[in-house]
Design a protein around this ligand. Structure first.
Ligand code: TZP
Ligand code: MG
Length: 364
């Protein structure tokens, strides 16, 4: 007769290490996130170390053939029902299901380790600690996956709806033209209006962008981004730090960060920026006191950072090709679009030039 608690521990250790391996491989191969996959690997190794001395004893109690829950003892109709309720619909489901599996099995081991005959061999608190560690990892994985879906939508034209530049023109009308022209991202920027006024504008823009599948980003203001449930927030070097805004935003929101140097870009990436905006690439009169960094920084950053690169500052129809060829994934503009009478036409032309330059890069 096998020792039932040891048999349960054996089954739950297998369950937890297999689930952890799924999560680790998702982090490593699908998300390509070295930090997350390292954290998961460390947890898996810690658990293996914790139970190493027990491994022979556990194997001796293994009796898979007589397990009443063994797959070949489950009836076909029951299997079908299980498939319907448990088959993952996508990466989020897969991660959640496996995280739950590991959390549950750690809880079982934690409880069994409190039994008088098991407690000398296993430390219950270690499994409790691992379970809490996994709760955080699950949140970080879900956050990464949901942000990744937004990050994929960044490459292309990123138009900054600067209300001071609009000088009273209707934001919704202009945003509609920007969307129709084919921009991928709209950012609301306003350095002067009060937040009450801005809130009403932001709410309408958010709705318009959501319907069109265009990302809607708020510049500077964390509270406004939270209030309108924007897709993300854009911050500069003088704004609230990335780690602070991340804590305020929902886990599926993206944060972009403006930089003028390589070291700022590396810091931004290390702190978890979802994209890096670099500039001013060329001289511009739209923003006072900018540093002109030139296109070559894009080539350098392309080799160093893995987040999408958004080039900004003085970019127009004449130089956009050069910027894309240098490595920009997206191009952020104000005057090249808002300064034109035919906003829709200007967006279409700029998008076409970006596509052309991208096509030429791929052919090289
Ligand atoms: N940040 C760096 S340059 C710049 C900002 C907001 C202004 C971009 O405007 P324009 O008209 O596209 O040069
Ligand atoms: Mg700012």
């Amino acid at each position: 007769m096998p020792h039932q608690p040891l048999r349960m521990i054996d089954a739950n250790l297998n369950r937890s290490s297999e689930g952890l391996r799924v999560l680790e491989d998702v982090a490593r191969f699908l998300l390509e996130d070295a930090k997350l996959s390292q954290r998961l690997r460390t947890l898996r190794h810690d658990l293996a170390r914790e139970t190493k001395s027990l491994s022979l004893g556990l194997l001796s109690q293994r009796d898979s053939e007589h397990d009443v829950g063994h797959p070949y003892r489950v009836s076909p109709s029951e299997k079908k029902l299980n498939m319907k309720t448990t088959s993952p619909q996508g990466l989020l489901d897969l991660v959640t299901a496996n995280a739950k599996r590991v959390e549950e099995s750690l809880r079982v081991i934690e409880e069994l380790a409190k039994l008088p005959e098991i407690s000398p061999m296993l430390n219950s608190a270690r499994f409790e600690h691992a379970r809490f560690n996994l709760y955080t990892l699950e949140r970080d994985l879900v956050s990464k996956i949901s942000r990744r879906d937004k990050i994929k939508r960044i490459p292309g034209l990123y138009v900054i709806l600067d209300r001071q530049f609009l000088a009273g023109r209707d934001e919704l009308d202009i945003a509609g033209q920007i969307i129709e022209g084919g921009a991928r991202v709209i950012q609301l920027r306003d350095k002067q209006s009060n937040k009450g006024e801005l809130l009403l504008v932001a709410q309408k823009l958010k709705e318009l962008c959501s319907q069109a599948g265009v990302l809607f980003i708020i510049n500077d203001y964390l509270d406004l981004a939270m209030a309108v449930d924007a897709d993300g927030l854009h911050i500069g070097q003088g704004d609230l730090p990335l780690l602070v805004v991340r804590r305020g935003l929902h886990i599926d929101k993206i944060v972009g960060c403006s930089v003028t140097t390589v070291s700022q870009a590396i810091r931004g990436q290390n702190e978890g920026a979802d994209y890096i905006a670099v500039g001013s690439i060329f001289p511009t009169t739209t923003k006072k006191g900018t540093t002109v960094v030139g296109v070559d920084i894009l080539k350098e950053l392309k080799r160093i950072v893995s987040t999408p690169l958004v080039a900004i500052g003085g970019i127009n129809q004449n130089n956009v090709g050069e910027v894309v060829s240098a490595g920009a994934d997206a191009v952020a503009v104000i005057s090249a679009i808002l300064g034109e009478k035919d906003v829709r036409g200007a967006v279409q032309k700029l998008v076409a030039k970006m596509d052309l330059a991208r096509g030429e890069c791929q052919n090289q």
